[in-house]
Design a binder for this molecule. Structure first.
Ligand code: ATP
Ligand code: MG
Length: 337
């Protein structure tokens, strides 16, 4: 069936990205909640139709690790894209990771980290999802990062926002590579050499997604982006560190903090798994098969992980945090009727 705007009842806003806004909507004919992404584009009607046609292959992207696609339509010069509503939101929100703009710069706010068994389950879902996209749809993701990993209260972990439409990708002004990039060193070098060089050298392939996966894992484990904006306080310094510095590592343990009273240890297997994702030479970097066969994910497949309990716990802590913050910001609110 075809989805259109008249069937949708708008609910709350779920978030804003660099290119659009995501809203919760109710699809009245089926009584299903969906997440609708609105992407404003200055394009001719025929170009918009081209994008809708390209998005159609998303109907084939059906896997347990991929957010379900329901349909897309255009109104005036906006593309609207309807997908499965994930009721716990993206991983960064579940973990309470935030990047705040302060003055001219960015300050990372510490979130909580995921314990190793949860990390293993997230890793396994992400690799399976990425491998599915590659093997079954012959596409790479291109935008692997915690905001594009969605979670629901059933404890499921799914990927969204992968690059299926070349025309859509080209039309979105990718102006801000800034703030926090998950781009692999070879992808940054391709970009700085000029947009066309990226295609020409063809060094930017599926293994670039593996780098982004490794970087995301450290962020999920520590509750903090691995190139902290406090240290790399401008985009240039950050890109320089990614291209020329040693790759970041998963440490042996994560100390306790205000938001995260637990000290967490990471096993040698977990640390090695992250290490092989973050090998700077894309040719030597791990493949999806390497990552699935690695003891870290073999262990994961052999143990029970109570993801539902973890999601419920983390969401409870976020709610508490939000309430505390609200009280601190405006103490009067608590007294109002
Ligand atoms: P970028 O624009 O760089 O991709 P982003 O991924 O944060 O950043 P969006 O994809 O526009 O931006 O999403 C905005 C926010 O909306 C996300 O961070 C996420 O919290 C929320 N969101 C997106 N899709 C869904 C969904 N299917 N279910 C629930 N929440 C969602
Ligand atoms: Mg996104």
């Amino acid at each position: 069936f075809q989805i259109n705007m008249t069937q949708l009842q708008l609910d709350e806003e779920l978030g804003k990205g660099n290119y659009g806004t995501v809203k919760k909507v109710l699809h009245r004919p089926t009584n299903v909640f969906m997440a609708m992404k609105e992407i404003p584009l200055e394009l001719s009607p025929s170009k918009l139709d081209g994008i809708i046609m390209e998005l159609d292959i998303l109907h084939r992207a059906v896997a347990p690790e991929i957010v379900e696609f329901y349909g897309a339509f255009t109104i005036e010069s906006c593309v609207y894209y309807c997908m499965e509503y994930m009721d716990a939101g993206s991983l960064d929100k579940v973990l309470g990771i935030k990047t705040i703009q302060q003055g001219g710069g960015w300050v990372g706010e510490l979130g909580e980290g995921a314990p190793e068994d949860v990390l293993g389950r997230i890793a396994s879902n992400m690799v399976r999802g990425l491998k599915f996209l590659k093997d079954k749809l012959q596409i790479m993701h291109r935008d692997v990062k915690p905001t594009n990993v969605l979670v629901n209260r059933k404890g499921q972990i799914k990927l969204c926002d992968f690059g299926v439409s070349g025309q859509l990708d080209n039309s979105i002004a990718k102006t801000n590579i800034g703030c926090q990039t998950y781009f692999a060193p070879e992808r940054i070098q391709g970009t700085t050499a000029g947009a066309d060089a990226e295609e020409a050298f063809n060094t930017y392939t599926v293994s670039s997604d593996v780098w982004s996966l490794g970087l995301s894992m450290i962020e999920i484990a520590l509750g903090k982006y691995p190139y902290p904006p406090e240290t790399y306080n401008n985009v240039f310094a950050q890109l320089q560190a990614i291209v020329h510095g040693e790759p970041p590592q998963l440490p042996e343990s994560k100390p306790q903090s205000d938001v995260d009273p637990l000290e967490v240890h990471f096993s040698e297997n977990a640390r090695d798994w992250v290490r092989i994702c973050l090998i700077k030479d894309p040719v030597k970097r791990a493949t999806y098969a390497d990552l699935l066969d690695h003891p870290f994910l073999v262990e994961d497949s052999q143990r029970e992980v109570n993801m539902t309990a973890w999601v419920a716990g983390a969401l409870g802590r976020r709610e508490l945090q939000a309430r505390l913050r609200q009280d601190l910001l405006d103490p009067e609110i608590a007294n109002e009727p």
